[in-house]
Design a protein around this ligand. Structure first.
Ligand code: NAD
Ligand code: WQD
Length: 338
């Protein structure tokens, strides 16, 4: 089938494009390139030997979205497009609400007009209102009492999708709640290409390993965790990508949410140690104050994804570090200015 990937030039979208193409699907991408580079699509084509139809356009613009649906026979949509910086969402909330919510409404309108009923949506573990318990299952509360506007855009979209499915029995929606996506494709050709200073741990560690930055700032070591540093569920992006293929195959009428994680937590120091083992020298770090809004620990209950979708993460944190390093060291400037 032909799958439209909104935001398909980005980190998770490009890896998912590879998995979809390698599973025999056709891929169309609609991306404004606001946080990505056309080179990622060329690399996807290089890895797979298949072509991708790329439309450069903004999903908040109904005319541009209409053009894509008019030109292509879309069978299903995976909706990755969105702005994702937690810190930026705090300083520029309107931009986040407008981009993430408007783009989704424009997309859903177009899907209704073109009678496209199948949708997979990129949500986040951040939609769970933290209550300190782990592992987190899909029936955890998704409300608006969250630490930042970014998370609220995701929670709102989840509610919008449920309202829409209540009004249209033909819709088939999978909401995928990613935990912490990390790593890169094993070819070293595609990976995460953050603009400016990375917000997330793994790309920051990679840039320290490369010598681009001096040391990792570890945000607090007094949490109630085994070594005092924050614990997260780091899931390899190639596993995550395979989760989208499984979600598309498993779509059923209505809306169903699935956690995509490994089910295991790793601390900040464990990530730094795993990366140090890959590069065979210690990644320098210092302990600094905790970051506002962080929780001590978050990892997924993955039993529903396994039971219903038949999906489970295969790759380890060590695989993710090795693949992140292959990507980082082979592409020190990311996709560059190409
Ligand atoms: P990314 O920034 O690499 O990819 C998002 C893509 O969407 C980019 O290519 C960007 O150019 C595009 N985009 C943004 N706004 C657009 C618009 N209005 N019109 C067209 N294209 C637009 O991010 P990613 O890490 O690949 O994340 C993909 C999705 O998964 C996002 O929705 C993100 O919020 C969600 N998510 C990411 C993580 C993570 O840690 N990476 C975790 C949970 C959820
Ligand atoms: C991981 C751990 C930090 C950077 C974020 C978003 C979430 C989702 C994934 C999109 C924490 C620590 C980090 C650093 C550090 N994104 N850390 N030094 O915060 O779990 O999740 O990305 O949906 O919404 O909030 O990921 O990679 O930022 O942090 O010590 O320089 O690493 O405190 O314990 P997080 P992260």
């Amino acid at each position: 089938m032909r799958v439209l990937l909104t935001g398909g030039a980005g980190y998770i979208g490009s890896h998912t494009a590879v998995e979809l193409l390698q599973s025999g699907h056709e891929v169309t991408v609609l991306d404004s390139l606001v946080n990505s580079n056309v080179e990622s699509i060329r690399r996807v084509e290089q890895i797979t030997g298949r072509s991708v139809t790329l439309h450069i356009g903004d999903l908040t613009d109904p005319a541009q979205v209409e053009k894509v649906f008019a030109q292509e026979t879309v069978d299903a949509v995976v909706h990755f497009a969105g702005l994702k910086s937690v810190a930026e969402s705090v300083s520029q909330p309107l931009e986040y609400y407008r981009n993430n919510i408007d783009s989704t409404l424009v997309l859903l309108d177009a899907m209704a007009r073109w009678d496209v009923k199948d949708l997979v949506f990129s949500s986040s573990a951040t939609v769970y209102e933290p209550d300190g318990s782990n592992p987190v299952a899909e029936n955890g509360r998704v409300g608006l009492d969250l630490a930042n506007p970014y998370g609220r855009t995701k929670a709102m979209i989840e509610h919008i999708l449920r309202d829409l499915a209540a009004a249209d029995a033909g819709l088939r929606v999978a909401i995928l709640r990613y935990f912490n996506p990390v790593g890169a494709h094993s070819s070293g050709l595609i990976g995460e290409d953050p603009k400016g200073i990375p917000n997330n741990l793994m790309p920051y560690v990679s840039q320290v390993a490369q010598g681009i930055r001096d040391r990792v700032s570890v945000f607090g070591d007094q949490y109630d965790t085994p070594d005092g540093t924050g614990v997260r569920d780091y899931v390899h992006v190639v596993d995550l990508a395979a989760g989208h293929v499984a979600a598309l195959a498993g779509l059923r009428p209505g809306v169903e949410a699935f956690n995509l994680g490994t089910g295991r937590g790793a601390s900040v120091l464990e990530v730094i140690d795993a990366f140090s083992a890959v590069i065979e020298h210690p990644v320098p770090y210092e302990i600094v104050a905790p970051r506002a809004g962080d929780v001590a620990s978050s990892f997924a209950d993955v039993s529903k994804s396994k039971d219903v979708l038949g999906w489970e993460a295969q790759l380890t944190l060590e695989d993710a570090c090795a693949d992140a390093w292959r990507w980082q060291s082979g592409n020190p400037d990311g996709y560059g200015t190409s």
